[in-house]
Design a protein around this ligand. Structure first.
Ligand SMILES: *[C@@H]1O[C@H](CO)[C@@H](O)[C@H](O)[C@H]1NC(C)=O
Ligand SMILES: *[C@@H]1O[C@H](CO)[C@@H](O)[C@H](O)[C@H]1NC(C)=O
Ligand SMILES: *[C@@H]1O[C@H](CO)[C@@H](O)[C@H](O)[C@H]1NC(C)=O
Ligand SMILES: *[C@@H]1O[C@H](CO)[C@@H](O)[C@H](O)[C@H]1NC(C)=O
Ligand SMILES: *[C@@H]1O[C@H](CO)[C@@H](O)[C@H](O)[C@H]1NC(C)=O
Length: 458
């Protein structure tokens, strides 16, 4: 840019260079004092009451669809994992309309709020800007409570639109990692509640999508050793050592020693980290850690908190990526399975299930998810397992986005070139996947007992 000039022009141009430098410094300063581009500001944001004893609420940020192609445009809820991580990570590092590039927010052409509205909810209570009113004792300690809170929060969200327009929109729950627990639990809760509620109070749940999910820990914890071994990251001896730890974890789960089992699982991950030396177990193809500071710095500025509608009474509460108090409260929940809730949802043949995994994840990759999928009691399982896995190249340029396997209402996608945060690691593929799946397009068009028209809910 500016430094091309001295090489090509006469000495007088150095004055021009100085002027250009001054101008660009001034522009940078202006950009810096405005951390929030207009379209990074939510369409609506604030707090959704969860009707618990202390009138607690969950923070949300809603971005309306920018280019919808169906009417009414669907609504998709995004939940981060942890437990205790803020869904604003998904917003500003993965799928939102503006994502962090180094330290500034830049337009994301692969945003998920193109064809549908996206609601980021800080869940469970205690995560992100969802600050408990009275004490950390209000933080849920099990999935049924998390599910009940989410259901109440979604009812509060629907009630924000007094023309009843939100309620008419097909609803999808999506998220990653530990949200693999929240989402099936919440979906089963919503479907059971729908059966009791008057038609006008039902949620039009049409599908759930889980990225690199923790859903059935006891099946998933047994996969680490062979996954790392076949990736060439550990040798046979290390594999056997890890297998013994895995077996011990499984035994602890069978004995109901939830917290000891959780600690043992952490030891397995610690051993893997040490033994492999990878920068991050979330993506063993990456040379560096994911940057964590920029988002924390951004979300603790006054401008950001105002733009996001954080309430004044929480001004002294710092935003942290993942809040330890939530992880602690759910300590006994971590190793419990919600596979039964996935069975329940699949048995309701009108709700679709999408599982997707970045291929380079050493926490909860494709083999880890397949381990529990194989144990489903859903009658469609056999057909799903025999369905062909197809090579998925959606762009017509030979570039691989991943692999798709689908039968009936269950779809599994392995996302190429991505790790644990698949939606952020391979944004073009993740956007093509979620839009195709929600709108039932291309390889996502639905299978044998396909869901039919998205108008009927059970
Ligand atoms: C509960 O919260 C709502 C909205 O957040 C507020 O209007 C109401 O006054 C609160 N009620 C109590 C008992 O705190
Ligand atoms: C772990 O358990 C499996 C299944 O019971 C068994 O086949 C294997 O030998 C065990 N491995 C170790 C190292 O204990
Ligand atoms: C990892 O390596 C460090 C340093 O060698 C050691 O202190 C730590 O105990 C190891 N952790 C595990 C889980 O093996
Ligand atoms: C799902 O359906 C199968 C077959 O009808 C049944 O065996 C299983 O118990 C059901 N599971 C749930 C959780 O509803
Ligand atoms: C699956 O792939 C095999 C081998 O390419 C093919 O013969 C078979 O027809 C395919 N099955 C389906 C259901 O598409």
């Amino acid at each position: 840019m500016a430094w091309h000039l001295p090489r090509t022009a006469a000495a007088s141009s150095s004055i021009l260079v100085l002027v250009l430098v001054l101008v660009s410094t001034a522009t940078a300063a202006t950009a810096k004092s405005k951390p929030f581009p207009k379209h990074a500001i939510p369409t609506m944001s604030g707090y959704l009451n969860i009707n618990d004893a202390h009138n607690n609420s969950l923070y949300y940020a809603f971005y309306e669809a920018t280019d919808p192609v169906t009417f009414p445009a669907p609504l998709l809820v995004w939940l981060q994992g942890g437990p205790g991580c803020s869904s604003l990570i998904g917003n500003f590092e993965e799928i939102g309309p503006y994502v962090l590039h180094c330290t500034s927010l830049t337009h994301n052409p692969y945003r998920w709020n193109r064809r549908f509205g996206v609601v980021f909810i800080d869940n469970p209570l205690g995560s992100g800007f969802s600050v408990p009113v009275s004490s950390p004792r209000d933080i849920p300690t099990d999935e049924p409570t998390v599910a009940a809170h989410l259901h109440a929060a979604l009812q509060s969200f629907m009630a924000l639109d007094d023309r009843r327009f939100f309620r008419a929109r097909p609803l999808f729950l999506a998220g990653e990692s530990y949200a693999g627990k929240y989402i099936p639990a919440a979906a089963a809760h919503i479907l059971r509640a729908n059966a009791r509620l008057p038609v006008l109070r039902r949620l039009r749940l049409q599908g759930i999508a889980i990225g690199n999910g923790m859903t059935d820990p006891v099946e998933q914890v047994a996969v680490h050793a062979s996954q790392a071994y076949f990736a060439g990251l550990i040798n046979a001896e290390q594999r056997e050592y890890l297998e013994a730890m895995q077996n011990e974890t499984v035994r602890l789960v069978r004995d109901g020693e939830w917290q000891l089992a959780r600690r043992k699982r952490n030891k397995i991950l610690g051993f893997l980290k040490n033994a492999t030396g990878v920068a991050t177990l979330f993506n063993y193809a990456r040379a560096e850690h994911y940057p964590l500071r920029p988002l924390t710095d951004l979300l603790n500025t006054r401008e950001a908190r105002e733009a996001l509608g954080v309430r004044r009474r929480d001004d002294d509460v710092r935003w942290v990526r993942c809040r330890k108090a939530v992880d602690k409260a759910l300590h006994g929940d971590i190793m419990r399975s919600v596979r039964g809730d996935v069975d329940y949802v699949l048995n309701k043949t009108r709700v679709r299930v999408l599982l997707f995994q970045g291929v380079f994840d050493l926490h909860l990759g494709p083999a880890s998810v397949e381990a529990w999928v194989r144990r489903l009691t859903w009658p469609g399982l056999e057909d799903f397992l025999f369905a062909n896995r197809t090579v998925w190249k959606p762009w017509g340029d030979g570039v691989l986005a991943g692999h798709v396997q689908a039968w009936g209402t269950l779809t599994n996608v392995v996302v190429a070139g991505a790790g644990h945060m698949a939606a952020g690691d391979n944004r073009p593929a993740a956007q093509a996947m979620i839009e195709g799946w929600v709108l039932q397009d291309g390889p996502f068009a639905g299978g044998a007992d396909g869901p039919g028209q998205p108008s009927a809910t059970s």
